[in-house]
Design a binder for this molecule. Structure first.
Ligand code: B1M
Length: 214
C-alpha cells in the first residue's frame, strides 16, 4: 500500500493533477509514510520524470507548468513537516529577472523546477536591480545566483549585475547562471557567467553540475 501511494503521487505530478497529488500526500501521511520519503520518491522523482519528458520533446511548456504547479501544491502541504524535521535543501538559490524586464513566466518555471528538485529558492521577482541582487546575497548567502532576461535590451543588465558583484567582492563567492529566450551559451561566456541553461529542466541539471550533486 505505501508503495502504491507513493506511485500515485508520482503519477499525479506527472499528469499535473493537483487534487490527486494532495489526496495522495494526505493518504501517504495517514499511512505513516514520512514527509521526506514522500518528497524524494514522490514529488522530486516525478519532476525528474517531467524534465525527462520535456527534454525528449514529449512534454511542452504548458504540461511542465501544470506538473510544476501540482508538485508545488504537494510541497506546500509537506513544507511545515519538512521544516519541523529539519530536512535540509540541496542548496540555496537566488533568482530574479534583471532590471527593466517584467517577464517572469520562464523564471517562475525555473524556480518551480529547482524547488521540485529539492533546492531552496529565494525569488526576487522581476525588474531586479544589481544592488537588490547584492543585498539578497548578503542576506541569504546562497550557492547560486540565477538571472533571467527576455528582452535584448535588458540582457546587458546581466553583465552590469556581474560587474556589480565584482565591485562588491561577491563574484568569487557565488556561482552565476543565466537564461531566457534571447540568452545564449556564447553570451553567457562573453559576460563571464558560470553557466547557461536553455530551459527549466536543464537549469536543474546545470545547478546540480555546478554544485557537484549526483
Ligand atoms: Co514581452 N516580449 N514584452 N511580454 N513577451 C517578448 C519576449 C518578445 C520576444 C515578443 C516579440 O516581440 N516577438 C519581445 C522581445 C523582443 C526583443 O527583445 N528582441 C517582447 C517585448 C518587445 C515586450 C515589450 C517591450 C512590449 C511592449 O510593451 N512594447 C514589453 C516589455 C515589458 C518589460 O519587460 N519591461 C513586453 C511585455 C510583455 C507582457 C507583460 C505582456 C508579457 C509578460 C508576462 C509575464 O511574464 N508575466 C509578455 C510575454 C508573455 C511575452 C512572450 C509572448 C512570451 C514570453 C514567455 O513567457 N515565454 C514573448 C514572445 C515569445 O517568447 N514567444 C515576449 C514562455 C516562457 C516559459 O519561456 O521565458 O523563454 P521563457 O523561459 C524559458 C527559457 O528561456 C528558460 O527556461 C524557461 C522555461 O523553459 N529560462 C531560463 C528563462 N529564464 C531562465 C533563467 C535560467 C535558466 C533558464 O537561469 C537563471
Amino acid at each position: 500500500m505505501p508503495i502504491e501511494t507513493i506511485a500515485s503521487i508520482f503519477q499525479a505530478v506527472v499528469d499535473g493533477n493537483t487534487r490527486g497529488v494532495l489526496e495522495g500526500v494526505d493518504r501517504a501521511l495517514n499511512h505513516g509514510i514520512g514527509a521526506e520519503e514522500i518528497l524524494n520518491q514522490g514529488l522530486i522523482a516525478a519532476m525528474g520524470e517531467v524534465g525527462r519528458l520535456f527534454e525528449e520533446g514529449e512534454y511542452f511548456v504548458p504540461e511542465m507548468l501544470v506538473a510544476a504547479r501540482a508538485m508545488q501544491a504537494g510541497l506546500n502541504r509537506l513544507r511545515p513537516l519538512l521544516v519541523a524535521q529539519g530536512v535540509q535543501p540541496l542548496g540555496k538559490i537566488i533568482l530574479g529577472t534583471v532590471k527593466g524586464d517584467l517577464h517572469d513566466i520562464g523564471k517562475n518555471l525555473v524556480s518551480m523546477m529547482l524547488e521540485g528538485a529539492g533546492f531552496q529558492v529565494i525569488d526576487l521577482g522581476t525588474d531586479v536591480a544589481p544592488e537588490k541582487f547584492i543585498a539578497a546575497l548578503e542576506e541569504h548567502q546562497p550557492d547560486i545566483l540565477g538571472m533571467s532576461a527576455l528582452l535584448t535590451t535588458t540582457m546587458p543588465n546581466m553583465k552590469a549585475t556581474l560587474e556589480a558583484l565584482k565591485q562588491a567582492h561577491w563574484r568569487d563567492r557565488v556561482r552565476v547562471i543565466v537564461g531566457g529566450a534571447p540568452v545564449t551559451e556564447a553570451f553567457a561566456q562573453q559576460i563571464g557567467a558560470d553557466g547557461y541553461a536553455p530551459d527549466a529542466s536543464r537549469a536543474v541539471a546545470l545547478v546540480k553540475r555546478l554544485l557537484q550533486i549526483a
